[in-house]
Design a binder for this molecule. Structure first.
Ligand SMILES: [Zn+2]
Length: 148
């Protein structure tokens, strides 16, 4: 399980949204009232009961495989899109190819902030775990910089 912080909001959560896949929990996010409609985290929103955990707004418990989390960072809040023409769309769990394609995309659209993040991931030890940590840190930093 991977803990993420996707808002910079100190409010205690009032709502939760979760997604299941094959009956297993894929992720669960906790949000306050103003942050309920986070576009990357849509699902079956419900109000938290008084007897439930109320963590800080933006807390995500991510239970997906690491490769899938990396790809969801790239195509979620980081907004990477497309892949080189003439090559097939990479498999969802081929995170290295998705990372390379994202770098090409950010170079093309001159997204220097996100290029810095990708280059930091390439400069890590290259493991899935380190890459994921770099992307998760960048997500939290982006939230603190006022994106939400
Ligand atoms: Zn909030």
């Amino acid at each position: 399980m991977n803990l993420r912080q996707v808002t910079a909001c100190p409010q205690p959560a009032e709502y939760t949204t979760l997604r299941r896949r094959k009956r297993a929990l894929a992720w669960q996010i906790y949000t306050c009232r103003p942050h309920r409609p986070l576009p990357d985290w849509s699902g079956n929103l419900r109000h938290l009961g008084a007897d439930e955990e109320h963590p800080e707004c933006g807390t995500v418990y991510d239970h997906r495989p690491h490769a899938e989390m990396i790809v969801s960072h790239l195509h979620g809040w980081m907004g990477a899109a497309g892949y080189p023409s003439g090559s097939p769309e990479p498999d969802p769990d081929d995170w290295q190819t998705h990372l390379n394609n994202a770098r090409s995309f950010y170079t093309h659209v001159r997204s220097t902030d996100l290029l810095v993040v990708i280059d930091r991931a390439f400069a890590s030890d290259g493991s899935m775990t380190d890459t994921l940590a770099v992307l998760a840190d960048a997500e939290t930093a982006a939230a603190r910089q006022g994106r939400r």
